[in-house]
Design a protein around this ligand. Sequence first.
Ligand code: FES
Length: 101
Amino acid sequence: MVRIRIASLKDLPDKRPVPATAGTKALVIVRDGDRVYVADGICAHGRWLLSLGTYEGGKLTCKGHGTVYDMETGEGDLKGYRYRIRVYRPVIQDGEVYIEV
Ligand code: FES
């Protein structure tokens, strides 16, 4: 398993999705208070960047067509149709955010 640094905590605005990368992989990061969520950055429905979406209460809504993703599980719902994105458990160390892949 490889640990990859993807962001600094100080650069993450509260409750606003931001794009990141790990190698060539697009990610989205959302900080919500002390929580940091990391997930695949591309919507499983129609390939929009999830960092363009909106976040509220643990859910990220894709700007494309409105799929709502649970940032804890990666489960997405679009009017009853199910989609899934991969979520990562970030490691926070010395103010830096890492994922292990
Ligand atoms: S591209 Fe995300 S909901 Fe369609």
